[in-house]
Design a binder for this molecule. Structure first.
Ligand code: ATP
Ligand code: MG
Length: 332
């Protein structure tokens, strides 16, 4: 195995009971929400793997478990051969922490507004004691700011003095300050104007080429994912319903949900293929449909789809595909 990140059967259940309501209703039932329900994937070193899906499909919950911000209910994350959940490997895990960083959607909320950018970027260097001498820390910060396309003099500014795109550059510089190798990016450009989005995505790609970074990219935007990722997992209600390499996903989408997503984005292109119009809404995740959770929205659903959860076979979790009822038709 040459995978750098391995995510194995991750699950996360949230208790969403309302205690105050239960007191009123006397013996009200506990309610649980399966935010992530058995997600597995692996990422090779230097690769970008993307998770795409509608709001509430569990993308951020996966991201938080992968970086260790949220303990999984089940499953494990192995990074560079070290299990993030094993007690034995505490020292190794701490060594890994430095190499794993996260970038969030809203750069403003993730940067301390009272700190000058110099101090924000220097913080991981100091926290991990990567450089001791102040003068050298200053040099390194200047280098990092240049690396992300800012001017070293920008270090004297505060976050509010920057545009959204520049703030995301600062967040990237801070992530790189700890010599990160693996960066989990949760909707890194969703809060930015389209033209600025492209600049930040291109910067991320340049940095990946220069530094050999590995990315887990979370996005609901198919165009972003297509531009960035070599492999893609499509999530629906806490599960991966389709996983494949980027080119194949766009040229030959298999799962009806993937086709529906692609259909909704004209410029991503669905020419000459049987169209599956977007219909229905995401069900309540607290009481999801039985069987394939996509079945109420799926034009190909039958009895089996309403009863049995389809396994992820050949990169797709769909009974209609597995049974050959639904063809995998390439673009004409
Ligand atoms: P978005 O595109 O809106 O960011 P997402 O795919 O990132 O969505 P998550 O934020 O992972 O989705 O949420 C998945 C599900 O888990 C949602 O139904 C959400 O309401 C629920 N959820 C997430 N965090 C919690 C929590 N701390 N407590 C209870 N429910 C939660
Ligand atoms: Mg999210």
């Amino acid at each position: 195995e040459n995978s750098y990140v391995e995510v194995k059967d991750l699950r996360r259940v949230f208790d969403v009971s309302k205690p105050w309501l239960n007191r009123v209703l006397e013996g009200g039932e506990k309610q649980y929400l399966k935010a992530v329900d058995g997600v597995s994937f692996s990422i090779a070193k230097g690769e970008t793997f993307a998770l795409v899906g509608e709001s509430g499909s569990g993308k951020s919950t996966v991201a938080r478990m992968v970086v260790g911000l949220l303990p999984p209910t089940n499953g494990e994350v192995v990074i560079d051969g070290v299990s993030m959940s094993s007690r034995a490997a505490l020292a190794e895990r701490q060594r890994l922490r430095r190499r794993i960083q996260m970038i969030f959607q809203d750069p403003y909320a993730s940067l301390n507004p009272r700190w000058q950018v110099d101090r924000i970027v220097a913080e991981p260097i100091r926290a991990f004691r990567l450089i001791e001498r102040e003068k050298e820390i200053g040099e390194r910060v200047g280098e990092l700011l240049s690396l992300v396309g800012l001017h070293p003099a920008d270090g004297k500014k505060y976050p509010h003095e920057f545009s959204g795109g520049q703030r995301q550059r600062v967040a990237i510089a801070r992530a790189l300050a700890s010599n990160a190798e693996f960066i989990v990016c949760d909707e890194p450009t969703s809060a930015l104007d389209v033209s600025v989005q492209a600049q930040i995505l291109n910067l991320m790609r340049d940095l990946q080429d220069q530094l050999g970074l590995t990315y887990l990219l979370i996005s609901h935007n198919l165009a972003v994912v297509r531009h960035m990722a070599s492999r893609i997992g499509v999530m629906y209600l806490g599960r991966i319903v389709e996983i494949s390499n980027g080119r194949e996903l766009f040229a030959q989408p298999k799962h009806p949900y993937t086709r529906m997503l692609l259909d909704a984005v004209p410029d991503v292109g669905m020419t000459g293929r049987q169209r599956i119009p977007v219909s229905g809404e995401i069900p309540n995740p607290i009481s999801p449909p039985s069987g394939c959770t996509f079945n109420p929205r799926c034009p190909f659903a039958n009895e089996r789809c309403r009863a049995e959860i389809p396994p992820l076979l050949g990169g797709v979790a769909c009974h209609a595909i597995h049974e050959g009822r639904l063809a995998i038709d390439a673009a004409a």
